[in-house]
Design a protein. Structure first.
Length: 478
């Protein structure tokens, strides 16, 4: 028989009616016994949510609101409207395709007739990015397009079969000139320049360009060629070295530059095309629009940085017409510069795009907005840290007080020995709080004092129980 069963029998015997004790020894009626001990409400969990709940709710709502501003991921495939297979647009577009493939982007190079068709494809949403010659605008003024930047000069070249170098548009009277196919930027700019010179009615124009125009020129079907492009285009290279062919040198190049703001005067130095043959034989001032990377205004905001980085790799080394790192540039554009393009020219490539792959960098860049809830809550969180720390420390003490309160409510309903055993466990836990900071020593000593107070009460109750057990036996012996 354990001590708890022995104590139960003692308590029963103390309440058992005894004929020697008379009415005083009769048991208490059931209705007079105290009810079951009341239960303390469990408040620790509710205290936690009352303290942290509003902050957690605000944080969650902040994340939901911020996430609503996170746009979709960038597309993995882009349609690049370039130009004819023999032109510089197509050649450069394929270089972009190779570089961007390393970033996980697939580029579909669309072969077109030139800038005018490229603008049409952009306007219809059939292309995502395009090379467009400076000075050209879409037919529909309601179409909103943006430029990422200009990438290189593409000069105007007027080659004439002649024994002397032409310098005035009047020298083209009566000639048959190729001005580029319909839909090309070459044709558009040729008609604009010839109309400005009021010479269109005095020459015959043919809508052909490139290698086809070269063949017609070589067979005598054409007297002049109007071409637009870099000196590295094979057709232009061959025409520069062709015997009996002269390159027109604009005597009023600066006047044309002022009248047509998309044009720039660039100098082609003597011998720069072929040093051995000294081509050209003298410095030539050329008029040049700039080839521009053009996109729709809904172009994904993560793509301009990677495209302009590729442009810098392709066009930044310079050429026989440009300085090192002159392109890409925010100048010479007929369309407004995209916001991300302006950021690139002002600050360069961001930290993420310099050190991470495009996919990882764009994902982190999109998620950066989710930092706003943290930033918005940072100051209040810092202010809350001291009281939260204080609450955490005191909670360890208050938890012992709650256990002690529950134990006191059980006095009279549970064996004294059991309650004393539980109290010893509480006291051992209170001793373990000695490792807390010294600022909480007073609270710890107060807790241990209250534990000793309850322990004294239980011991007095235990002594009373034992005295009631021994009292009847002593009186009977007398």
């Amino acid at each position: 028989m354990d001590k708890f069963e022995l104590l139960g029998q003692v308590r029963k015997k103390a309440r058992k009616p005894d004929k020697d004790l008379g009415a005083a020894a009769e048991p208490l009626p059931p209705e007079s016994l105290p009810p079951n001990p009341p239960e303390l409400p469990f408040q620790e969990r509710s205290e936690f949510w009352a303290f942290f709940g509003p902050g957690l709710l605000i944080t969650v709502l902040g994340f939901i609101l911020a996430y609503s501003f996170v746009g979709p991921p960038p597309p993995k495939k882009l349609r690049f409207a370039s130009g004819s297979s023999w032109g510089a647009y197509n050649k450069f577009a394929r270089q972009y395709k190779e570089i961007l493939a390393k970033e996980g982007l697939t580029i579909e190079v669309l072969e077109t007739k030139g800038s005018s068709e490229n603008l049409e494809l952009l306007s219809q949403g059939k292309a995502d990015i395009a090379f467009v010659q400076g000075g050209l605008l879409p037919k529909d003024p309601g179409v909103r397009l943006e430029a990422l930047g200009s990438v290189y000069y593409e000069p105007l070249w007027i080659f004439v079969r002649s024994s002397k170098i032409p310098r005035e548009f009047s020298e083209l009277r009566g000639k048959k000139m190729a001005i580029g196919p319909v839909g090309s930027g070459t044709r558009a700019i040729a008609l604009e320049i010839l109309r400005d010179a009021e010479i269109t009615e005095e020459l015959k124009t043919v809508d052909v360009g490139g290698e086809q125009a070269e063949k017609m020129f070589n067979t005598g079907d054409l007297d002049a060629l109007f071409l637009v492009g870099t000196p590295s285009i094979p057709v232009i290279e061959r025409m520069l070295t062709a015997p009996g062919v002269q390159l027109m040198q604009f005597s009023r190049a600066h006047a044309l530059e002022r009248r047509h703001h998309f044009l720039s005067v660039v100098r082609l130095y003597a011998g720069v095309v072929d040093l051995k043959k000294n081509i050209p034989p003298n410095d030539v001032e050329l008029l040049a629009p700039a080839a521009t990377l053009v996109v729709r205004d809904d172009f994904h905001r993560a793509l301009p940085a990677v495209l302009l980085s590729a442009a810098r790799e392709i066009h930044g080394e310079g050429s026989i017409l440009t300085e090192h790192n002159e392109f890409p540039s925010a100048q010479y554009c007929s369309f407004p510069i995209a916001q991300q393009g302006r950021h690139f020219y002002q600050y360069g490539t961001s930290f993420l795009y310099r050190h991470l792959s495009f996919r990882w960098a764009s994902a982190l860049d999109r998620m950066a907005i989710l930092l706003l809830p943290f930033i918005g809550l940072l100051v209040p969180i810092i202010r809350l840290l001291p009281p939260v720390y204080n609450w955490t420390m005191k909670r360890k003490i208050y938890r012992r007080y709650r256990d002690l309160q529950r134990l006191e409510l059980r006095i009279g309903y549970a064996p004294v020995e059991q309650l004393l055993g539980e109290l010893d466990i509480m006291d051992e836990g209170a001793r373990g709080l000695a490792s807390m900071p010294a600022a909480y020593s007073a609270d710890i000593y107060a807790l241990r004092t209250n534990l000793d107070r309850v322990r004294g009460r239980l011991r007095r109750l235990d002594m009373d129980e034992k005295s009631r057990f021994h009292a009847p036996s002593e009186s009977s012996e007398e």
